[in-house]
Ligand binder design. Structure first.
Ligand code: SAM
Length: 205
């Protein structure tokens, strides 16, 4: 991402944050515990929603401009979190060391989602959980899906490899997770092609 995109990221997302994302982040994160690793933490939009009882919190963000915004938020927060620059394809954590891995609005942007999910499995403890909040492909055959497919090649170039038509739910199911809870809802106040979302929890199996 460019310096400009990172600088304006929070402002661009603000209408959707107020309309729904903040509540969704809060509901997803309020009950997590233990050792937590967030991938693609961006500017740290999840930070204020983590319980302050976590044993450890590591936030990874490979983009230098996003990471600077993240580091500023951490300095002014109550959390004793650490920041790392690793990608989701090479998570800097020991095998079976995390109780939870958190991903929000990241699976759309990674290079190869299946490899990332395998890496998430590697670092999760047995029965550890993936917490996800992702914008996804609209159902096959819908007008929105046709537009997502059409615009996707241009959008990826403009928006840091963000895919409009990722089938993230089936990728989670096909890569060693059982979904415990999932909600499918429209991201209000967001651009129409990124409105379909899923959020929930999946357990390593
Ligand atoms: C749309 S932002 C989401 C930021 C934040 N998670 C949120 O909920 O607002 C996507 C983030 O994923 C990061 N990202 C892109 N590719 C990645 C990868 N391969 N591994 C880890 N993070 C990645 C980007 O740098 C960016 O900060």
């Amino acid at each position: 991402m460019s310096y400009i995109s990172a600088f304006f990221y929070d402002r661009l997302l603000a209408p959707a944050e107020e309309a729904c994302l903040k509540k969704w982040r809060h509901d997803l994160l309020r009950d997590i515990s233990g050792d937590v690793f967030e991938i693609g933490a961006g500017t740290g939009s999840n930070l204020e929603f983590y319980p302050d009882t976590l044993r450890s919190l590591v936030l990874s963000e490979p983009d230098v401009h996003m990471r600077r915004q993240l580091e500023k938020k951490i300095t002014s927060s109550k959390y004793n979190a650490s920041v790392t620059s690793c990608t989701a394809e090479n998570i800097e954590a020991e095998d079976e060391s995390c109780d939870f891995v958190v991903t929000s609005l990241v699976c759309c942007s990674v290079g190869h989602l299946e490899s990332v999910l395998l890496e998430v499995r590697r670092v999760l403890k047995p029965r550890g959980k993936l917490v996800f909040l992702e914008h996804v492909a609209a159902p096959q055959g819908t007008k929105r899906r046709r537009w997502q497919n059409l615009i996707n090649p241009f959008w990826r170039k403009l928006a840091g490899n963000c895919h409009l038509n990722r089938e993230t739910e089936s990728a989670i199911l096909n890569n060693g997770f059982e979904i415990l809870e999932i909600k499918r809802e429209s991201m209000r106040k967001a651009m129409p092609l990124v409105r379909p979302t899923i959020r929930g929890t999946a357990i390593k199996c």
